[in-house]
Design a protein around this ligand. Structure first.
Ligand code: PEP
Ligand code: MG
Length: 834
């Protein structure tokens, strides 16, 4: 009797485990089934890895045959590559099968238990859709059409959307667009209506990016297939969310005056700051290629697959490194780089070059990439044009793998100004700001990712300089001003002195602001008030510490769930919480559990539009219903806690029962961890947000359930004043300084005092220096706010005594409006008594 084994290859570990669970349940574990799913990158766990696939095959290998079933796109590539790594005698016994993953795995497992041979098992897997197809009848024709490009829009659903984010569909939003489209089975296409382009494939990063979609352009998205509605809904949500970008204008350069010395060269300012140092010429030579015709296209194609796989692994580790050392948003460009490598349109061109023109892999790849860079260069839009650097970066990486040539390493023995024709984003992420004091480039633009990364690293950059600069000798003294784009060659003493004094002035102003913010906040009569930060991720946490935060008063964890298509895994969350906990060391770090709903809809969590979302399925209400999501988050928080001062906080509590239920689930998770010998902080404090009027009304009852309260005045004011916090027409009415809100705060603080627990405040009110006397006067123990306002709020605290604050607060409670409260505070602060 044959013993066939099955291997499931999927981008998602959860999906693969689910398929394994289903299949093994059907056959009661009688078939050897292994999975190779996800990748070892906590930030980005979705993906497939050829080595993992090979190990999975080896772990269940049978001479009777191994059937490999895969999910989408690169899963096939990884599986094909895994075969390359198997010994010849085993490779022939492994069969990659195009059958649908779930149905195929179950059908194959059932066939395998009956002792069928491999041919039969494959046939069963391929037939697996038949039952469903019969039941769905005519709809199947849509599925069969899928994958064939068509101009027939007959059964196609189409939506039109306006792009509102600042730079339009540039590389990072395009990457998100493509990644979202790729999650659906339907054939999805997109076109730029404003520019009158044709439809292009929504799963091709290059085709989407080269549509030239800018802010204000109208696009049409067409989807055809069984999940067309869901696909359009997800893409619409992504567009409406501005691809997760904030509305802020790209960082502009400060308008301080630059030294008006006449420079030797004038370029484009790309990253502010002044640098004076010897030049270091860096001109990496492009990989040398030799065109030859190949008689064995299959081998050329396989070599390319191996190079692509290795390049992808390099990019992923670069992404991880960039995220932890520089920041998440800078690291996101590498997601686009991975998508370039998976771009079906690009790979189609390479395939044609190899199989139809019989070119060798290097030349086939190089020609396809060159064609693409020409398309980018011809775009009208300068921002999109500057994406050439990204395409070249990725193209060269693969070529280096194919030809075995290495990048010249930058070995610097002393601080320099780097002079280069162009630097790729990956080059810049590897620079050490202690050694590279400035960068001069002949290519590039201020909005290139290289410049964005340099800015975050604090390296001044001037781009667009004349090519003459590349003829400079190493060690020539250079000076550059990244704010004005000026460069001096062998500057004289006066120029150096002027530039140095500007550099010192800027540096001193920065240091002064930082030094004040680093001081503790103490009232004039000596009461220290802890000032913590509101954050949403690792990058904010670093900024917060630099700006004087004494810990984290609320981490809005929902940001980990937004702007993606599946919930973050326990490991992924753990990595983020651990990274922040490490930064905070033993400073307090309050992690608020998921607060989705309201103005933070998350379509993939099933939060569909509601008539009154702020009064609906939100925060703890959602988590108590979706305990799977809730428990995953609690496990991650608890696992990050040893050695740190992490506290857990539940949002949107309105009843005692909710707190008890949440605590019971927490206790369940704690007991599971104990049983599994996984350590966590047993003494972790548990608190709640007081942001719903009912919670304030029963604060005395809630206080006995928890260790602390944190007042969420953003929500509290909208609920107390009955004003939707997103509705500009009623914004003035929802002022948190209204005596009605202040009385609710007072009531909450009083209940906390009586129960002996502390109470903080983390709504926007905490960042308003005018509110400081009132909040201290009402007895708030600590404030948590936007890190940028820490210096100002600490300054306001230092001006007042607690007795004065109490007098102002008592008077404010008796006033009739928020406006009169503001007048009272302003007058009191102006009064000499204060
Ligand atoms: C609040 O409601 O004041 C608060 C801090 O929470 P969020 O703004 O995230 O709702
Ligand atoms: Mg809130």
């Amino acid at each position: 009797m044959a013993a066939i084994a099955i291997v499931i290859v999927s981008h998602s570990r959860q999906l693969a485990e689910g398929v394994r669970e289903l299949a093994t349940q059907m056959v009661r574990g009688k078939v050897k089934l292994a999975i190779a799913a996800g990748i070892d990158d906590p930030q980005n766990p979705l993906g497939t890895d050829a080595m993992q696939v090979r190990e999975a095959i080896e772990s269940v290998y049978s001479d009777d045959g191994v059937l490999v079933l895969m999910d989408l796109g690169s899963a096939l590539m990884s599986a094909e590559m895994a075969l390359e790594f198997l010994p010849d005698e085993r490779r022939d016994k492994v069969y990659l099968c195009e059958a649908p993953l779930v149905e195929g795995a179950i059908a194959a497992a059932v066939a395998a238990t009956t002792g069928s041979n491999i041919e039969r098992v494959i046939a069963e897997a391929r037939e697996a859709l038949a039952a469903k197809a019969a039941q769905l009848g005519s709809q199947l024709s849509l599925v069969e059409d899928k994958g064939q490009k068509t101009n027939d829009r007959g059964q196609t659903k189409e939506i039109h959307l306006i792009i509102r984010n600042q730079l339009g569909l540039h590389a990072r939003p395009a990457a998100k667009f493509v990644a979202t489209a790729a999650h659906f089975q339907s054939q999805i296409e997109v076109r730029n209506i404003t520019k009158g382009t044709e439809y292009v494939r929504a799963d091709s990063i290059n085709q989407v990016a080269t549509l030239g979609v800018r802010q204000g352009h109208e696009i049409a998205i067409a989807a055809r297939g069984t999940d067309a509605d869901e696909a359009l809904e997800a893409l619409q949500a992504l567009v409406e969310d501005n691809f997760g970008e904030s509305d802020r204008v790209l960082e502009s350069f400060p308008l301080t005056s630059s030294p008006s010395l006449s420079p030797d060269l004038q370029g484009i300012p790309a990253s502010p700051g002044i640098a004076i140092a010897p030049a270091f010429l860096y001109c990496p030579t492009p990989v040398q290629l030799a065109e030859r015709l190949s008689a064995d296209p299959q081998t050329e194609w396989q070599q390319l697959q191996v190079a692509l796989q290795i390049a992808k692994q390099e990019i992923r580790s670069l992404r991880q490194q960039t995220a932890s050392q520089i920041g998440d948003s800078e690291a996101a460009i590498f997601d686009a780089h991975v998508l370039f490598l998976e771009d079906p349109a690009l790979l189609d061109t390479v395939r044609q070059n190899i199989f139809e023109r019989h070119l060798n892999a290097e030349v086939a790849w190089h020609e396809a990439v060159e064609k693409l860079t020409t398309t980018y260069r011809q775009l009208e839009d300068p921002y999109l044009r500057s994406r050439v650097a990204d395409v070249t970066d990725v193209g060269q990486r693969v070529l280096r793998r194919l030809t075995g040539s290495n990048l010249t390493a930058l070995e610097l023995t002393h601080p320099v100004i780097l002079v280069a024709p162009d630097l790729t984003p990956s080059d810049v992420t590897k620079l050490d700001p202690e050694r590279v004091l400035g960068i001069c480039m002949t290519h590039g633009s201020a909005t290139s990712h290289s410049a964005i990364v340099a800015k975050t690293l604090g390296i001044p950059v001037v781009v667009g300089l004349t090519p003459e600069v590349l003829k400079l000798r190493d060690e020539t003294c250079l000076a550059l001003d990244g704010e004005s784009g000026k460069v001096w060659i062998d500057p004289d003493e006066d120029t150096i002195a002027t530039l140095q004094s500007k550099r010192d002035r800027v540096q001193a102003a920065k240091q002064k602001a930082l030094a004040t913010a680093q001081q503790p906040a103490i009232t004039r009569d000596g009461k220290p008030i802890p000032i913590l930060a509101n954050i949403s991720g690792i990058a904010d946490a670093k900024v917060a510490l630099n700006l004087g935060a004494e810990g984290v008063g609320v981490m809005r964890t929902e940001f980990l769930y937004l702007d993606r298509t599946i919930a973050p895994s326990e490991e992924e969350q753990l990595a983020v919480y651990q990274a922040i906990a490490q930064l905070m060391d033993t400073r307090p770090f309050i992690i608020r559990t998921l607060d989705v709903g309201g103005d933070k809809p998350v379509p993939y969590l099933g939060l569909s539009p509601e008539t009154n979302p702020f009064l609906g399925w939100r925060g703890i209400r959602f988590c108590l219903d979706r305990t799977d999501i809730f428990k995953t988050q609690l496990r991650a928080i608890l696992r990050a806690s040893p050695g740190h001062k992490i506290k857990i906080m539940f949002p949107m509590i309105s009843t005692v029962a909710e707190v008890r239920q949440a605590k019971a689930i927490l206790a369940e998770v704690q007991s599971e961890l104990r049983q599994a010998n996984i350590p966590f902080d047993e003494a972790m404090e548990v608190g709640i947000m007081v942001e719903v009027p009912s919670a304030a009304a029963i604060a005395d009852r809630l206080a006995s359930e928890v260790n602390f309260f944190s007042l969420g005045t953003n929500d509290l004011s909208q609920y107390v004043m009955a004003c939707d916090r997103t509705n500009a027409k009623v914004a003035a009415l929802a002022d948190a300084l209204h005596p009605a809100v202040l009385r609710t705060i007072q009531q909450t603080v009083q209940a906390a005092r009586e129960a002996g627990i502390w109470v903080g405040l983390c709504g926007e009110l905490a960042a308003d220096p005018l509110a400081v006397p009132i909040l201290l006067g009402l007895g708030i123990d600590e404030l948590s706010l936007n890190p940028q306002k820490i210096g100002e709020v600490k300054g306001a605290i230092a001006q007042i005594t607690i007795t004065e604050a109490q007098a102002i607060a008592q008077a404010a409670l008796k006033l009739d409006s928020a406006a009169s409260v503001r007048e009272l505070v302003a007058a009191s602060l102006g009064n000499n008594n204060l």
